[in-house]
Write a protein that binds this ligand. Structure first.
Ligand code: UFG
Length: 332
């Protein structure tokens, strides 16, 4: 009765592993450590080094372990990188899922919770975005994840593999005790970049685009704390274990913050001046992404604990201050 966590050494995956263990699950982690960190994996989980596209390595794990369900985080997720190198995304994310599903089917493992994204909606027609809204991605990352959702659907129809697709909005923060957190090389996400400026590792923040159709002209995003997000995966596993149908859920806070507002919140959370200047738009960025996440609350019983973005930033700052070198495994 083991949960296999693919990508369990990554930022979100490592928090999910930690929460699963806290709730008493037996956990095995499978990760190629390309973006993940061995030091992020709770030692109570069994660790397997391997790539999601490698059938042979996956076969070995599914043979060695008594796997009942899979949580799949192993994917690339950087929007601007996907604009430059789309095939990298379709190979790892989309083709990787096909390999994983083939192995799962051979081993009769029929439950999977997988990371989807707000990026599958593209530029939404109305805010907040509902799960039933059109999915028209504006970048290859979102397209690779939308293709994964569609593949999942047909794998359910044909093989009875039930799935929950969790469409994340913007994930931030770290475990409250500061023992695990976000450590990307290179870092591209807004909050950790702001904290690098606060810590004196960067000279200034560049805000990408001040001419969007939003109240202050900068992009608006919906931030969710990584531990709340991790807990939604456990609720999704419970939902599938009860025999429910495949489903998709938005995970966000239903509140939008502009990039300028996040900067101000970070100044408040850190007490640092954090110099910033405006810069041109970044390709592939939708103006506004805010989630309607009532479905996750109603059906999964999800109750996020963090509703204050300054508090979310404070947990990330705690991690940053206690781990100035991250996990100390430089990758760039
Ligand atoms: N931004 C800056 N300066 C920076 C970095 C980011 O202004 O140095 C801006 C971006 O242009 C954007 C906002 O901060 O407007 C948030 O950018 P992130 O890179 O932190 O996050 P994204 O919104 O691009 O993407 C994140 C995840 C994706 C997911 C998406 C869905 O990384 O996987 O949220 O909302 F698809």
């Amino acid at each position: 009765m083991t949960v296999l966590v693919l990508g369990g050494a990554g930022y979100i995956g490592s928090h999910a592993v930690d929460r699963l263990l806290t709730k008493g699950y037996d956990v095995a982690v499978y990760d190629n450590l390309v973006t993940g960190h061995r030091g992020a994996v709770n030692p109570k989980a069994r660790f397997y080094y391997g790539d999601v596209r490698n059938t042979e390595q996956l076969e070995q794990v599914f043979t060695a372990e008594d796997i009942t369900s899979v949580v799949h985080f192993a994917a690339f997720s950087i929007v601007p990188e996907s604009m430059k190198d789309p095939l990298k995304y379709f190979d790892n994310n989309t083709a990787g899922l096909v390999t994983l599903l083939e192995v799962m089917n051979r081993h009769n493992v029929k439950q999977i919770v997988f990371s989807s994204t707000a990026a599958t909606y593209g530029e939404p027609k109305s805010i907040p975005v509902k799960e039933s809204d059109p999915q028209v991605p504006t970048n290859p990352y979102g397209e690779s994840k939308l293709a994964m959702e569609k593949i999942m659907h047909w794998a359910d129809v044909a093989y009875g593999i039930k799935f929950v697709a969790l469409r994340y909005f913007n994930v931030a923060g770290a475990k409250a005790d500061g023992s695990i957190g976000e450590d990307h090389h290179p870092e591209t996400h807004l909050i950790p970049i702001i904290l690098q400026v606060a810590a004196g590792e960067r000279d200034e923040l560049k805000i990408f685009g001040a001419d969007y159709p939003t109240p202050d002209g900068t992009n608006v995003r919906d931030y969710v704390h990584v531990v709340d997000l991790a807990d939604a995966h456990i609720l999704a596993l419970e939902y599938l274990a009860k025999g429910n149908d495949s489903n998709a859920f938005n995970l966000g806070s239903a509140t939008g913050f502009s990039n300028k507002e996040i900067l101000e919140a970070a100044r408040a959370a850190t007490g640092k001046p954090i110099p910033a200047q405006m810069a041109p738009r970044r390709p592939g960025d939708p103006a506004t992404l805010v989630a309607a996440s009532q479905r996750a609350r109603d059906i999964l019983g999800w109750q996020p604990q963090y509703d204050d973005v300054t508090e979310i930033i404070r947990t990330a700052w705690n991690w940053k201050q206690t781990h100035p070198q991250g996990y100390g495994e430089r990758k760039d």
